[in-house]
Design a protein around this ligand. Structure first.
Ligand SMILES: Cc1cc2nc3c(=O)[nH]c(=O)nc-3n(C[C@H](O)[C@H](O)[C@H](O)COP(=O)(O)OP(=O)(O)OC[C@H]3O[C@@H](n4cnc5c(N)ncnc54)[C@H](O)[C@@H]3O)c2cc1C
Length: 503
């Protein structure tokens, strides 16, 4: 058994290869503490670092015990997922090169075919990347998966264009009218439309909802067109099976997401018990589980919320959970929503107690539960404070006394939601709240202006080796912090971000 000084809950291992588990602290009284905890992987680097810091931190934090050797489960999972993905991208190409061997002697034809098979696999796998597979989201984070989805979409378009240019360099042949050319050209146009409308959605002034409908429609059209295009090449048994499998999995993933999942969630509804005006154009929805045992989540995670469900179709919005996972054993959730568009400004305030809503989740890797940090720094901008509130309330409920600093940037106190509550939490946690207001009232105790490296350096200890930083706020703040983290010498493994503007 290895002893490790750090703060927070007790970590223990169960069996070879198992992830570190967090056992509830003895003083924790709430119901959730009696339940088995989620598996919480801890990185080897974190643990070694924290072990080295033992002596220096002993007086600042409470002890935790880590049994057995910890391993970097999170990065192992990421590597495993990535390997599966890479194999899936290459599989059609490998099978085609075995089945259609002789034609590959011609370099040009072989290169053209290879780029085509890779484009097909990449496009088909795009469906899987946005299917909300929780294990994948936990390994990478949902926003990272979406960024990857976008990058792979653009890459696939590149391969498709390369395929066309190599196989049919003569533009006149594109419009020859044969089924092969027609299906290929239509697929390329659908892919182009998908990418253009996604990358330049805001410039095109498309609402998110319009874009989503068009995106799904174009994606289905693309996969069907690709299957049509590939049909003449896939007469051989293995190739036919491969194209059919990829097409079915892609469309099946969409069907599962849009039809089966809502049907399951309809059996696990939540009831609105309070719709609280929090000020700062923010409403807090207090939700109770109806006839089920609620949600097990890690503080900092988010859910997809559907407030208006018509049959099986629902418009969903990603919202961070603002309450503690220990509140009522996960049977009560609080979601704080800022009025930013038509749904959040009109539909959310109009919700009346008694209304039923659906929740899909939890998702995301933005949580301190997966790292053994000795100190936490939370950086929030505006409504980005919601996951921070959940993290701090969880620390309070779990008796976690690790030092934590919250930098909360807002225009002024009136726009800083939960400001009073966060200040009060300073009495219950080893917490320092640093408000950073652009327009503070005269005499206000806060930092003035915007977050800066100078401000962070002044308010943080010089040694940040055992510190993990969590950042959530508007896009410009996130970009600023990425630069500041570099200036402060924080390695990427210690910086965790959540982007509210994923699309
Ligand atoms: C992981 C995550 C957690 C979030 N947590 C919170 C939170 O705790 N509190 C909060 O107020 N906001 C949160 N948001 C932002 C919230 O999802 C959007 O503000 C909300 O969906 C806006 O919808 P709207 O129709 O009112 O506004 P619109 O004007 O229609 O949309 C504003 C922007 O929000 C995004 N958006 C809109 N609808 C969706 C959707 N269905 N799915 C994904 N993105 C969408 C788009 O980027 C859009 O440009 C979070 C976003 C993400 C990605």
């Amino acid at each position: 058994m290895r002893l490790l000084e750090s703060a927070g809950p007790r970590l223990e291992r169960s069996g070879a290869g198992a992830a570190a588990r967090v056992a509830p602290p003895t003083e924790q009284r709430c119901r959730a503490s009696q339940r088995i905890r989620e598996i919480r992987p801890v990185s080897r680097t974190d643990l070694c670092a924290a072990a080295g810091a033992e002596a220096r931190l002993a007086c600042a934090v409470e002890p935790i015990v880590v049994r057995g050797a910890a391993c970097d489960i999170a990065s192992m999972r990421s590597v495993a997922w990535f390997t599966v993905y890479a194999l899936a991208v290459l599989a059609p190409l490998l099978v085609a090169s075995v089945v259609r061997g002789p034609s590959w002697n011609d370099f040009r034809a072989g290169f053209g075919a290879a780029s085509g098979w890779i484009a097909f696999a990449l496009f088909a796998l795009e469906f899987g990347l946005v299917t909300r597979v929780r294990a994948a989201a936990a390994a990478f984070g949902s926003d990272a998966l979406l960024l990857f989805h976008r990058a792979m979409g653009i890459t696939a378009l590149g391969f498709a264009a390369l395929h066309v240019l190599v196989v049919s360099p003569e533009p006149s042949s594109w419009f020859a009218g044969a089924s092969l050319q027609r299906s290929g050209l239509l697929a390329l146009l659908a892919a182009l439309a998908l990418i253009v409308t996604s990358v330049w959605r805001r410039e095109l002034r498309w609402s998110y909802e319009l874009w989503l409908v068009a995106h799904r429609g174009l994606a289905v059209a693309l996969v069907v067109l690709l299957a049509w295009h590939l049909a003449p090449f896939a007469r051989e048994g293995p190739l036919f099976a491969l194209v059919a499998t990829y097409t079915t999995l892609a469309l099946g993933a969409l069907f599962a997401q849009r039809a089966l999942r809502p049907a399951v969630l309809a059996q696990r509804e939540w009831e609105l018990v309070e719709n609280r005006d929090e000020g700062a154009r923010t409403r807090t929805l207090v939700l109770k589980a109806v006839g089920h045992d609620g949600l097990r989540f890690a503080p900092g995670q988010f859910v997809w919320l559907a407030t208006a469900c018509t049959g099986l179709v629902a418009q969903e919005h990603p919202i961070s959970i603002a309450s503690s996972p220990e509140l009522d054993g996960g049977r009560t959730l609080e979601l704080a929503i800022k009025a930013l568009g038509d749904w959040s400004s009109v539909a959310v305030p109009a919700l009346q107690p008694g209304a039923r809503v659906r929740i899909d989740g939890p998702f995301g890797a933005f949580t301190p539960d997966t790292c053994a940090a000795a100190r936490l720094v939370l950086v929030a901008g505006g409504i980005g404070v919601t996951p921070m509130r959940s993290i701090l309330l969880a620390m309070r409920d779990r008796g976690d006394r690790r030092p934590v600093t919250l930098f909360f940037a807002a225009r002024c106190r009136a726009t800083a939601m939960f400001a009073d509550e966060l200040e009060r939490l300073q009495n219950e946690l080893a917490l320092e709240v640093v408000f950073v207001f652009e327009e503070p009232a005269p005499g206000e105790r806060c930092e003035t202006g915007l977050l800066s490296a100078e401000l962070l350096r002044r308010r943080l200890p010089a040694d940040l080796r055992f510190t993990h930083v969590f950042v959530c706020g508007p896009a410009p703040m996130m970009e600023l912090f990425e630069r500041l983290a570099h200036e402060l010498g924080l390695p990427p493994s210690q910086v965790h971000t959540e982007r509210f503007d994923m699309v």
